[in-house]
Design a protein around this ligand. Sequence first.
Ligand code: BDR
Ligand code: CA
Length: 313
Amino acid sequence: MKHPRKIIIDTDPGQDDAVAILLALASPDEIEVLALTAVAGNVPLPLTQRNARTIVELSGRDVPVFAGCDAPLKRKLVTAEHVHGKTGLDGIPLPDPVLALQDTHAVDFLIESLRHNAPGSVTLCPLGPLTNIATAFDRAPDIIPRVAEIVLMGGAYFEVGNITPAAEFNIYVDPEAAEIVFKSGVPLVVMPLDVTHKALTSRAWVEEMRGLGTPVGRAVASWTDFFERFDTAKYGSEGAPLHDPCVIAYLIEPGLFSGRHVNVEIETVSDLTLGMTVADWWRVTKRAPNALFIGSVDRDGFYRLLSERLARL
Ligand code: BDR
Ligand code: CA
C-alpha cells in the first residue's frame, strides 16, 4: 500500500485556503496533514491563525495549528479584506474555535519537523505569502535539502497580476521571501493565476455544496457566494477562481494539471512590477528551470474531485 504523503499547509485563510484545507483533510489516503502554519496575508496573523483553527474544527479532524510571521521580511503587510471580508473568512457565521493554538512559533515548528522527519518525506504547501517558509530556510539552511517538494499557489505569467497590474497577491506581499524560495533549489510546482483563473466555480457546483446539507457544505457555499461577488465584478466571469485548492488537487490527482518546467525569477526591485513572476515560458533564456509552472487544469475533473471529497466531511 502507498503511504499518504506528509504535508504542511502554510496558509493565510482566506475562503479559498479554507476549501484547500478541507480538501486535504478529506483525503487521508493520499495526504497526511502534519500541521497548518498560519502566516499574515489576506488578513493579519491574529485572524489567519484563528481562521485556520475554525476550519480544522469545521472539518471534525484534529490537526495542530501554529502561528508564524506577522509581517513580510522587509515590507509593510498588504492585506486583501476587499476580497475576503473583514474576518478573512466572511460567509456564514462559524463558532469561535475551541482548538488551542500551539505554543511553538510556526517557523520553529517547520524547522523541527523537517529535521525530525526522514529527508525527502515532507512536502510544503504554501497558500499565502512565503514569509514563514523563507524565514525557516534562512534560519536553518540544513532543512532545505530535506524538503521533498514545494507545491504552492502564487504568481502569474499570461494572467500577469491581480493585486497590481504586474503581480499576483501572494508573491507581491512578500517578494523577498518568494525570491528565497524560488532560488532555494527545492523542486517547485507553481499554481499561478494562469491555471487558477481556469478553475472557476459554477452556480450548479455552489448549489451542490449547499445541497450536501452538512456544516461543511453550507460553509463552502457561503464562502464561494461571498468572494464570487468580488470576482465576478472584477473579471466579468460567471464564477470565481478557487485558487488554493489547485495545490491540494495536484497532490491527489496530478493528471488533472499540465504545465512546463521553466525558470521563474521574482522581481524585487522595480516599483512598477514588484512581485512579478518572470517565467521563461517560451524558454528564451539559458536560465536553468526551477519550477513546474502549471498552465491548465481539467476543470470538470477538478470540481468532481472537490465534490467527492468535501461530501466526506
Ligand atoms: C491568492 O491570494 C489570496 O487572496 C488567495 O487566498 C490566494 O492564495 C490569489 O492571488
Ligand atoms: Ca491564500
